[in-house]
Design a protein around this ligand. Structure first.
Ligand SMILES: [Zn+2]
Length: 163
């Protein structure tokens, strides 16, 4: 079986693998964090998402469980232990970079990859490290950084989905 074939049912995945989808509702904090990342993917790179939260339970007492941000087809790279919102955003970036070979998201001003981190008011933000560095936007609000024309097109698309 091709583990990486597109859209494998979760039940089709390698029975040897203990990695599975996180039960919806069991980690609302991490789900909210990934939702924010998915909003940003939908705004800037809809083909890549939405990503899903997966985890690999540890079978050893002193080894913590690992959490992963997986692409829609189940591929992921690396895992985070004891993740918080910024950790999930970072895991999503890791997966995008390692699996899709893309730097994401990109600062529109400096054309360089930005990184998740804590902003001035404790929100998780995308941070651009060029020069003295600057906050691009809160994670989940990447749509606001798009040129007006692209923002309008996005809103039209969202309305189309709802209607
Ligand atoms: Zn920048």
């Amino acid at each position: 079986m091709d583990h990486f074939s597109y859209h494998p049912a979760v039940s089709d995945q390698d029975p040897e693998s203990r990695t599975r989808l996180v039960e919806p509702g069991s980690r609302p904090d991490l789900e909210a964090a990934l939702d924010a990342v998915n909003r940003d993917l939908a705004a800037t790179w809809p083909e890549a998402g939405p990503m899903r939260l997966m985890w690999t339970p540890s079978d050893e007492e002193d080894v913590p469980d690992q959490y992963h941000a997986a692409l829609p087809d189940g591929r992921w790279h690396d895992g985070v232990t004891n993740p918080d919102a910024a950790g999930i955003a970072e895991a999503a970036q890791e997966t995008v970079q390692a699996v899709l070979w893309q730097v994401w998201p990109v600062c529109p001003e400096h054309r360089t990859g930005v990184h998740s981190g804590a902003g001035a008011d404790e929100r998780d933000v995308w941070w651009c490290r060029v020069g003295e560095g600057h906050e691009l936007c809160a994670v989940g609000e990447l749509a606001q950084t798009l040129p007006r024309k692209q923002r309008r097109a996005l809103r039209r698309k969202e309305r189309g989905r709802e209607g």
